[in-house]
Design a protein around this ligand. Structure first.
Ligand SMILES: [Zn+2]
Ligand SMILES: [Zn+2]
Length: 363
């Protein structure tokens, strides 16, 4: 079997089968099986290989296919005249092409050969929340079972269904299928194969969702879902930055240096502050160092609209990390006081006393 080059692969994604919604269009079959039984995309088939890899057969009906590798129309495979294969119908061919392209993208993403980004939407704010396909699962199968139904392409994580791709041509995912996916807790991306569902992003292909089903809300929305609480203590040491790229497995070591890009994480405190209602007490924590750090924490009262900032100086090694004790500064709009060095549960009580004062209308 011919080894595909990376360049050939990248080209295949860009050479989409022409499909202009609404316009009179011709849908061409892009996939076939070669003599060895391997799937081949017409865009990846070099003219010099057409004899060596022939005969080509249809993935749907098994009948022979003729490769058309000319320059006038997009490269494709054609059934012989008179074929009654369902794939001679444009809708069916479009569906199969999208499905096969998804399977190929999954294989590349899970092998670490290419970064594939899924552009799903947050169910709450409808904003696009990009996800790295490689972080979702480790394998993909066509017609994978989810409960009683089958997904067009099912992504698995250690054998368990993790994400369904549904390719829409004329029919969207119906209510029954949506319910089965929801019951199984499997999120789904519905792709519109008649539109531009695959595009070139900055660092790899992006899969554009026509509909996103069953995805968890983005982090700010998840926090906002609890925005009706009287007191929100944001003590968790969430990361300020996360790696732009995630790997599902171990990254093989090479002799080259490795640069990791970090991108800011969602600012949950800011999102809650923007939605803050009267009488609510929002408490943020800040590990900083020195007077400058304290000034940044003071600014959070107005910047992020929180009511209390608990500052501790991580520049000191006698308090905070790896210590039984801490010393903090409680910063509110009307006051600022230092809670002297003490065991951590004493500090916690002092913070809650301050919260109580604010609930009673102080601050
Ligand atoms: Zn066929
Ligand atoms: Zn959201």
């Amino acid at each position: 079997m011919r080894r595909r080059t990376r360049a050939g692969h990248a080209g295949a994604a860009a050479r989409a089968v022409p499909a202009v919604p609404g316009a009179a269009r011709e849908v061409l079959l892009a996939w076939a099986r070669d003599r060895a039984g391997a799937k081949v995309h017409a865009g990846d088939l070099a003219a010099r290989d057409r004899r060596g890899r022939a005969p080509f057969t249809c993935l749907g009906c098994g009948e022979p296919l003729v490769p058309h590798l000319g320059k006038v129309r997009a490269r494709h495979f054609a059934h012989l005249p008179g074929s009654r294969c369902p794939l001679t119908a444009p809708e069916t061919a479009l569906h199969l092409d999208a499905k096969e392209r998804l399977l190929a993208l999954c294989a590349e993403a899970f092998a670490g050969a290419r970064r594939v980004t899924l552009l799903a939407r947050c169910p709450a704010c409808r904003r696009t929340a990009p996800r790295d396909l490689a972080a979702v699962g480790d394998a993909a199968v066509a017609e994978g079972a989810v409960g009683p139904l089958r997904a067009d392409v099912l992504v698995l994580a250690r054998g368990a269904p993790a994400l369904a791709f549904e390719v829409k041509v004329s029919h969207a995912v119906d209510a029954e299928k949506e319910a089965a996916l929801a019951a199984a807790g499997v999120p789904a991306l519905e792709l519109d194969a008649t539109g531009e569902w695959l595009r070139d992003g900055g660092d790899g292909p992006e899969v554009v969702a026509a509909r996103s089903l069953g995805f968890a809300p983005c982090p700010p929305c998840a926090a906002l879902a609890r925005a009706d609480a009287d007191v929100v203590l944001m003590a968790a040491a969430v990361a300020d930055y996360r790696p732009a790229e995630a790997h599902a497995g171990k990254r093989p070591k090479t002799a080259e240096p490795w640069t990791v890009d970090l991108v800011p994480t969602a600012d949950v405190a800011r999102a809650l502050g923007a939605a803050r209602r009267e009488g609510q007490v929002l408490v943020a924590f800040g590990a900083e160092s020195g007077e400058e750090g304290l000034a940044r924490k003071r600014a959070m009262l107005t910047d992020k609209n929180v009511d209390l900032v608990v500052y501790n100086d991580v520049g000191r090694d006698d308090i905070g990390f790896d210590s039984e004790e801490n010393e903090v500064v409680l910063v509110t709009r009307d006051s600022e006081r230092t809670v002297a060095k003490a065991p951590k549960d004493t500090i916690a009580r002092a913070i809650l006393d301050e919260v109580e004062r604010l609930l009673d209308g102080g601050g």
